[in-house]
Design a protein around this ligand. Structure first.
Ligand code: NAD
Length: 494
């Protein structure tokens, strides 16, 4: 296999002051960011912050992306973004700022450690210590959606080889660098054999390069059930975007609270650090919110910029604060907590414990050698031999498959043969069952007649004839083989 990895060091500096772009965000954002920066500064973080405005105020000025053009300049200059949560206004037209920033800056890896802090924070899963490594750019989050007929809407799920290789390699490198023993992969490749199948295949290919790390794969539904019931059996879990989005919130919540988990969004050029939770608008302006998630994001940022010494001091002071029972409302429990505090008093308590370590919880230990975790690049492999063998024509039609088929057959000429019709993926022609419910959206598969070499002009000719016959086609997908392997799924029941 001719895959090569380009290793580019992340932004790192152990002694110099590092510029960091900061956004205070919306809702509880400004309160928790103020608290976190106070702690980082008191701990001696060698950072110079520059502030940008993002989120609600920018959206409401009519900028549908929620980020002003000059903010990009700051991000591209500092390459490090410390971001408080923002509020995405309800209603159409507003694009998710988080998705825009992650994708525009190529932040392909989302790393979310979910660690139980028992017995100091209530959890059903003492000892849980799971890191979710979520692919951050692809999958259904490509945001390519269409309404194709009166009844049918679609969202395109895009999974790419570069995307899979980068995230899977990052997960294994992360495991190795952090002395983790096992990497588990979750996919749904029993159903999505091509897209999730690629993710699983790449996991097996790249996993083979890490013989000292244990590897396993679970179908995401049973994997999620096992994660919820027995999270201590997992270590690092790598998964495509949507599953990772959902399951990292579940994992954080069952570890203790979504308010405790931080997240790193890593790219080749830029990295962003945040809490995993949102802007909790109902708690805003009351000095109530827990700054811990954003603080843990800040700790990951310090490690990323080569200030593991400061990261370790902050992390340990925070653990000691939790251990001493000084808790915000969300984790406060009678009999366990000793003092209920607000966001700023919590920050002061952490600052007061800088230099201390927890007595019962495992102290944080970071590698202070300053060796950067490699950010995998991608080298394109030799393309496979690609041959055009047919076309799926999607048709808007109200009626029965047996009435549609003759209209389609009338348009096929010497090159094509109508092979099947499916509705919502299920084969309904030939030999469909009357019990199958059909919508107004039909996938009509034309394959090349035996011995016929197809070209795109022939597909254009087929479409021209269908149009002339009044067939309302709404989209086409060309069918290829790659080195002789079909690059398309069969119909269900075919
Ligand atoms: P949320 O995470 O903001 O809040 C859910 C609930 O969790 C809150 O009501 C609160 O009870 C609790 N909570 C969350 N963070 C807490 C903290 N630090 N301390 C104490 N309690 C905390 O989720 P939501 O209500 O679904 O979303 C609110 C807004 O946040 C939406 O506009 C959403 O789009 C946005 N959001 C932003 C981000 C981000 O910026 N990264 C992520 C998720 C959601």
């Amino acid at each position: 296999m001719n895959v090569k990895v380009n290793v580019k060091p992340a932004v790192r500096s152990s002694t110099t002051t590092v510029p960091v772009t900061v956004a205070y965000g919306d809702g509880i954002g400004p309160e928790i960011m103020t608290a976190c920066l106070k702690i980082l500064t008191a701990a001696g973080a060698r950072i110079a912050t520059e502030e940008i405005a993002i989120g609600e105020t920018v959206y409401l000025k009519g900028n549908t992306a929620g980020i002003a053009p000059e903010a990009w300049d700051s991000l591209r200059r500092t390459k490090v973004f410390y971001k408080a949560p923002i509020t995405t206004p309800q209603g159409g037209g507003f694009k998710s700022l988080n998705v825009t920033v992650r994708k525009t800056l190529g932040l392909f890896a989302n790393v979310r450690p979910c660690v139980a802090l028992d017995p100091f924070v209530k959890t059903k899963h003492p000892g849980m210590n799971v890191v979710i490594v979520r692919e951050n750019e692809e999958d259904l989050y490509a945001g390519i959606e269409h309404r194709q007929t009166d009844e049918v809407y679609q969202c395109l799920k895009l999974i790419t080889r570069p995307g899979c290789e980068k995230i899977v390699r990052y997960a294994f490198d992360y495991a190795k660098a952090n002395r983790r023993k096992k990497v588990t992969c979750f996919t749904k490749d029993n159903i999505m054999k091509m897209t999730d199948g690629l993710f699983h295949k790449v996991f097996d290919e790249i996993g083979a390069e890490y013989p000292t790390i244990e590897k396993e794969h679970w179908i995401v539904d049973i994997g999620a059930a096992k994660l919820a019931a027995n999270p201590t059996q997992f270590d690092v879990i790598v998964m495509p975007n949507l599953y990772g989005d959902i399951l990292s919130d579940v994992a954080a919540e069952i570890a203790g609270s979504v308010g405790l988990a931080g997240s790193a969004n890593i790219g080749e050029h830029v990295a962003m650090f945040e809490a995993i939770h949102g802007s909790a608008p109902r708690r805003a302006g009351q000095d109530l919110a827990n700054p811990s998630g954003l603080l843990m994001g800040g700790v990951m940022m310090l490690v990323h910029i080569g200030q593991a010494d400061v990261a370790e001091a902050v992390h340990n002071a925070w653990l000691k604060t939790i251990e001493d029972g000084i808790h915000t409302y969300d984790i406060f429990a009678e009999g366990v907590s000793t003092q209920k505090v607000g966001s700023q008093a919590f920050a002061d308590a952490v600052i007061g414990r800088l230099g201390q370590k927890p007595a019962k919880l495992n102290p944080a230990v970071y590698d202070k050698s300053g060796k950067p975790l490699a950010v995998p690049g991608y080298t394109r492999r030799t393309p496979a031999q690609k041959d055009l063998v047919g076309v799926d024509v999607f048709v808007n039609f109200v009626g029965e498959a047996d009435d549609l088929a003759p209209k389609l057959q009338a348009a096929q000429n010497g090159a094509f043969e109508l092979a099947m019709i499916t509705n919502r993926g299920v084969k309904v022609w030939p030999h469909g069952l009357p019990e199958t419910f059909c919508t107004d959206h039909w996938r009509c598969r034309f394959l090349a007649k035996p011995g016929k070499q197809l070209n795109k002009a022939m597909i254009a000719g087929l479409l021209a004839r269908l149009a002339a016959d009044g067939v309302d086609f709404v989209k086409t997908e060309h069918l290829f083989t790659f080195d002789g392997e079909p690059g398309y799924s069969l119909g269900q029941g075919q």
